[in-house]
Design a protein around this ligand. Structure first.
Ligand code: SAM
Length: 211
């Protein structure tokens, strides 16, 4: 076993204890080396169930949050998924492990460059772009699913319009200090909105986000 294998098994056991029951998500998170996405000096804490700093005032999300949101998105193999907020690249890698075709946007170009390096080194095929993800990625729309990994003041309208019929958008919405996770399912021109759980995210900054 490698240095981090035991820690990763402990993290997976904890996710199960906390109620993550989606075996596809559990499988994907068992296969992704989270420690590769966490910068020094936090690498030794990579499998703790906590968010950790990745620089530029940003964080890699807590494993429980990644598991919960990924399960809520329900990304199937071969599905086209847009992620807003690449950050470290970890969530994108988990989606790629599920067999999804991942498109990910990050507004901070230095974070994006670092994530790109790790994703390439680990051979994850993820398309990335620098810029404001609140307006989506129209060239590749529509998407089977969209996951926003930063807290928004409201559900960004352009993202709803870039969902396929039957597609799902998972986005934390609320104030700067507290958000609820919103899952929107598109059915034609009807958008069914469900609120699932309270989380704390860094802010989504952009045209349809915080200014
Ligand atoms: N998914 C990331 C991971 O697995 O490491 C965690 C992302 S972190 C909690 C949120 C990220 O969203 C930050 O890197 C931040 O720069 C980015 N962000 C904030 N507003 C954004 C926007 N409008 N478009 C794209 N990225 C944005």
């Amino acid at each position: 076993m490698g240095r981090f294998d035991e820690d990763r098994l402990d993290m997976i056991a904890l996710l199960r204890e906390k109620g993550i029951a989606d075996e596809r998500v559990i499988g994907a998170m068992s296969r992704v080396d989270r420690h590769r996405f966490v910068p020094e000096p936090f690498t030794s804490r990579a499998y703790e169930d906590s968010a950790l700093p990745i620089g530029k005032g940003q964080t890699i999300s807590q494993p429980y949050t990644v598991a919960f949101m990924t399960a809520a998105l329900g990304a199937g193999s071969g599905e086209k998924i847009l992620e807003v907020g690449t950050g470290s690249g970890y969530q994108a890698a988990v989606l790629a492990e599920l067999g999804a075709r991942v498109f990910s946007i990050e507004r901070n170009l230095e974070l994006l460059a670092a994530a790109r390096k790790v994703l390439d080194r680990l051979h994850y095929r993820v398309a990335t772009r620098g810029g404001d993800g609140t307006v989506g990625w129209s060239e590749f729309a529509p998407f089977d699913g969209i996951i926003v990994t930063a807290g928004a003041p409201d559900v960004p309208g352009p993202l709803l319009r870039q969902l396929k019929d039957g597609g799902k958008l998972v986005v934390p919405v609320g104030t700067l200090s507290r958000q609820s996770l919103i899952v929107v399912t598109r059915s034609g021109e009807h958008f069914d909105r469900r609120e699932v759980e309270g989380f704390k995210f860094v802010p989504l900054i952009g045209k349809m986000g915080w200014q």
